[in-house]
Design a binder for this molecule. Structure first.
Ligand code: RIB
Ligand code: CA
Length: 304
């Protein structure tokens, strides 16, 4: 049976890399494209990493499309230290032949989704949301046509990881985050309150290294470096939920994102106004973390 069509919009990034490998190791999913957005590192760097990861997994057939080099409103947001200077924790991808496609990521996302029947394609957005917001602006019907839009971002009622109130992806493009969260798309939001519960463990690393294949060993090496600065593996939660939704719980909430420059910039807030017309999203707020880690190890070791 063919897998469920999936587009991954990302900024690899070690946890993005683990999310991509999890998806590629899971036959339930058919990765139709990987689109890139500047965030953890520059657009050139994250695109290079995406191409290298697909080659590592033997999936150079999956097309890559470059997207936004910065957010919709200019923000001086530093790169993330957690991923190292190259974005993959010092893991150097082997030389590869593929190059990114000509289309902009926003156009590629829209083209793939609009070519399929409504409710067919899932979009996993695990970097800043600039490409998704651009795609929604270019093709207004896109938001309602997605089967699901699974987002890693935000810090709802918990401290941020780039400012006291803001999470990294939302901080890179708070306007895009607000546009996307108020779009009416079928959204599952994985914020820091959720993803901080899924952390790199010695057992996960041992399981990957015991698997022995070059992909699993690369994943372990990336995670060992990443864990020196951030133990939480945020992005793979999004893919794990597509594979095993029973491992997660969720609550319908209206989430607003503050995009005014200043101390509350990019803060994600629950809109409790009973008169609010803001669309509901599913705030993912429960996870069986050990089972998620087991799934990660089992699927990534399948890649060799
Ligand atoms: O805040 C965590 C998010 O920011 C993750 O997507 C990580 O890859 C970085 O992009
Ligand atoms: Ca990311």
């Amino acid at each position: 049976m063919a897998g469920a069509p999936l587009i991954i919009d990302c900024d690899p990034g070690v946890d993005d890399a683990i999310a991509i490998l999890l998806a590629l190791g899971s036959p339930e999913l058919d990765v139709r494209a990987v689109t890139t957005v500047a965030g953890n590192r520059s657009l050139d760097s994250v695109t290079h990493n995406a191409l290298g990861l697909l080659a590592l997994a033997g999936r150079a057939d999956v097309p890559v499309f470059r997207g936004a080099a910065r957010g919709l409103l200019p923000r001086n947001v530093r790169f993330s230290f957690a991923h190292g200077d190259d974005g993959l924790g010092g893991y150097e991808v082997l030389p590869f032949a593929a190059s990114a496609g000509e289309a902009h990521a926003a156009d590629a996302i829209a083209d793939i989704v609009m070519a399929e029947p409504p409710g067919t394609v899932t979009l996993a957005a695990i970097g800043p949301l600039t490409n998704v917001a651009l795609a929604f602006a270019k093709v207004p019907a896109l938001a309602g046509r997605l089967k699901r839009l699974a987002i890693m971002g935000g810090a709802v009622g918990v401290p941020g990881n780039i400012t006291p109130v803001a999470e990294f992806n939302f901080m890179h493009d708070a306007v895009a985050a607000e546009i996307v969260l108020s779009s009416g798309a079928a959204i599952d939001l994985f914020d820091l309150n959720l993803t901080r519960r899924v952390v790199v463990t010695d057992e996960l690393l041992a399981a990957l290294e015991a698997g022995g294949g070059h992909v699993a060993l690369a994943a372990a090496a990336m995670l060992r470096a990443y864990a020196q600065r951030d133990l939480a593996i945020h992005d793979p939660c999004v893919i794990a939920d597509l594979l095993a939704p029973g491992l997660f719980g969720r609550t319908a909430r209206r989430i607003a994102v503050d995009y005014r420059p200043g101390p509350t910039d990019a803060q994600s807030i629950v809109d409790m106004d009973p008169a609010s017309t803001r669309p509901l999203v599913n705030l993912v707020d429960e996870v069986e973390a050990p089972a998620v880690l087991s799934l990660l190890a089992e699927r990534i070791t399948r890649l060799g």
